[in-house]
Design a protein around this ligand. Structure first.
Ligand code: MF3
Ligand code: CO
Length: 251
């Protein structure tokens, strides 16, 4: 969607801030021994206490507030009784709705002491998002975003997961345009001023292939390698894109 009024802008800023603060709360809860179900409860209470609604819960039948994807799980891991262990990485992906407006965000946290090569993959994925956000300016195209993500990630020796992508967001969770994590410069949909999009590089340590487990949700890397996922919601601007969901409370 394109944000048209100051009232809409206030709503998406508020919802994005609740989501960003929720990531900050989870950062302080994530440690070895903590269960995924517990993290989901903390997140749900925080969202509700701040006047928002969890966007994932009930979306296409999804059962939880958070997607919690541990290690070789790429996306859409369902919170279970599993307790985090030293050396795990956990991707937290979630959305909130405030007054009918959605925002979306994801962050991959390290649990305790994580292998240096995996830490590097997290840093590369995080940096690919930072580079991509700088392309969210009027007149660029979605392919400019995909291109910078793909070149940076593959140039660093990791693989982009191509089956999942960023997207427009606003009055619903997933809108046009699709924002692929790969592509050619100056191709794809034109970015317009005040267009609200979610950019979300998903990166595997090994090859980029995935498979979905029989629960219909949990997506794992085909080769069993670890995966990382970072996502922000951003408002396209003429010069300096405006972050709506951010990592300012969790890093
Ligand atoms: N937040 C995810 C995204 O980045 C979507 C989650 S799907 C759900 O687009 F079903 F779990 F909600
Ligand atoms: Co998203």
């Amino acid at each position: 969607m394109i944000i048209q009024t100051d009232e809409e802008l206030e709503c998406v800023i508020f919802g994005g801030d609740v989501l960003s603060r929720m990531l900050g709360v989870l950062k302080n809860e994530i440690r070895p021994g903590v269960s995924l179900i517990y993290l989901d409860k903390v997140a749900e209470s925080f969202i509700l206490d701040n006047g928002c609604i969890p966007a994932c819960k009930g979306y296409c039948g999804y059962p939880s507030t958070l997607c919690l994807s541990v290690n070789n799980v790429v996306v859409h891991g369902i919170p279970s009784k599993y307790e985090l262990e030293d050396g795990d990485v956990v991707s937290v992906d979630s959305g909130v709705v405030y007054n009918g407006y959605y925002s979306d965000g994801a962050y991959t946290f390290s649990v305790g002491c994580v292998d240096d090569s995996i830490k590097r993959m997290l840093q590369v994925t995080r940096e690919s998002l930072r580079l991509a956000l700088s392309k969210a300016i009027t007149g660029n195209r979605t392919g400019d975003i995909g291109n910078v993500i793909e070149s940076y990630v593959t140039g660093s020796g990791f693989s982009v997961v191509k089956e999942y992508a960023g997207h427009g967001v606003g009055k619903s969770f997933h809108e046009k345009p699709i924002v692929y994590n790969y592509g050619k410069k100056n191709s794809g949909s034109l970015l317009k001023k005040n267009m609200m999009i979610a950019i979300e590089p998903i990166v595997n340590y090994g090859n980029g292939k995935t498979k979905c487990l029989s629960d219909g949700w949990t997506v794992v890397s085909a080769d069993g390698s670890f995966s990382a996922h970072y996502e922000n919601t951003v408002l396209v601007q003429n010069n300096c894109p405006k972050l709506l969901s951010s990592f300012k409370y969790c890093e």
